[in-house]
Design a protein. Structure first.
Ligand SMILES: Nc1ncnc2c1ncn2[C@@H]1O[C@H](COP(=O)(O)OP(=O)(O)OP(=O)(O)O)[C@@H](O)[C@H]1O
Ligand SMILES: [Mg+2]
Length: 249
């Protein structure tokens, strides 16, 4: 098993606040990798650095062996590094299908070979429909995305990210605000996507029960530092993690 992502000694400060203070870890191809930690630990900042929203002050990110320094978020997405956002990033006025087609554009290289416009449109649509079907969103394909209940909007965002055929998908609290049933549905879709499309998953999550049930390995951050990096069943026993995050309850 080889590392699909390696982060080495990442540092990033915002006006004196050290959001990341020497974060290093790796993600193995095919795994479900969780990042947890208290509010303000640096989890979203880490995703922003991995996806190219910010460049780190120091350190590097290697994705499939390639150094990502200087590469834009778009370039990273084309290389197979997809993401979803904390909160929701969909185009509310656009149909569900059009939202997912936007994601699918990433997966359809324009060059080479350039496809005739009609064929390109047909292929985009066919792939977007397949993803919608996969996530049980087909019945809503023509609805404006913003009209759907929150749980389904969240699923549209995941569908759009999956439509870009990422090799590694970064998810920032995908389960926040979902009901237990919606969480279970989303977990199943993600695990199926991993099996069927070979996608590696890195998710930031507050729902510890879900993390411990689903993840292969866990990274715990606190104040921008790594407290723990290893299998989920041992994280509860780690004294530093208990102290900083889990508490003694
Ligand atoms: N753009 C920014 N400008 C200034 N400070 C920032 C910025 N982004 C993050 N920070 C600070 O960096 C630290 C880490 O924030 P981050 O959003 O990464 O935490 P988080 O672990 O995702 O928290 P949460 O669980 O609440 O989402 C916090 O102190 C935050 O205030
Ligand atoms: Mg966050």
């Amino acid at each position: 098993m080889s590392a699909i992502l390696e982060a080495k000694d990442l540092h990033l400060s915002f006006k004196g606040v050290k959001a990341l203070a020497g974060v290093g870890f790796h993600v193995v191809e095919g795994e479900f990798f969780a990042v947890i930690g208290p509010n303000g630990a640096g989890k979203t900042t880490l995703l922003n650095v991995l996806s190219g929203v910010y460049e780190p002050d120091k350190g590097q990110v290697l994705f499939r062996g390639q150094n990502l320094r200087g590469k834009s978020p778009q370039a990273r997405a084309r290389m197979g590094l997809g993401r979803t956002f904390q909160g929701l990033e969909i185009f509310r006025g656009m149909s569900v299908l059009d939202n997912v087609k936007l994601g699918a554009e990433l997966a359809l290289p324009t060059y080479p070979p350039a496809l005739p416009k009609a064929e390109r449109e047909w292929r985009l649509r066919a792939w977007a429909e397949e993803v919608l079907d996969y996530l049980h969103l087909s019945p809503f394909r023509h609805a404006p995305a913003g009209m759907l209940p929150y749980g389904l909007q969240k699923r549209v965002e995941v569908a759009r990210a999956l439509a870009g055929r990422p090799k590694l998908l970064l998810l920032d609290e995908p389960m926040a605000g979902l009901s237990l049933e919606e969480k279970q549905d989303l977990a199943r879709f993600l695990l199926d996507a991993r099996e069927e499309w070979g996608i590696t998953l890195l998710w930031v999550e507050h729902d510890l029960r879900a993390v411990l049930e689903l993840s292969d390995r866990v990274l715990v951050l606190s104040y921008g530092e790594v407290l723990y990096h290893g299998p989920p069943h041992e994280v509860r026993k780690d004294p530093k993690v208990v102290e900083a995050y889990l508490g003694h309850g």
